[in-house]
Design a protein around this ligand. Sequence first.
Ligand code: CO
Length: 135
Amino acid sequence: MLLTRIDHVAIAVHDLEAAIDYYRRAFGAEVHHREVVERDGVEEALLEVGGSFIQLTTPTRPDSPIATFLDRRGEGLHHIGYRVDDCAAALAAVVEAGGRAIDEKPRPGSRGTVVAFVHPKGSFGTLIELVEEPA
Ligand code: CO
């Protein structure tokens, strides 16, 4: 089994402050990590849930993939991040199984991770992110 845990569940939102505030008031959730990822045009806030994270994500610019998603689909579940020990090996395995790589090879993600995305077409409608923790 190449997946070692659910790393995060990503939720696209219009207003990051409002979403953080809602999770705080509703569940007592606190922000574990917050980061602007310039490359992806997103700002994200991670809320820890039992060793995994809810990742609230909002666009920082109009050409961000999250902005496109929000325009087309509205707020909601965006992708699942699966933790793996070896991102390159997991990406090769998913492509071998018929998945469609968005990233041809692993690249830097947030928190110092190494990540690769797999297209929802070919993965039963779910955008998948493979997440390798820094050594
Ligand atoms: Co993610």
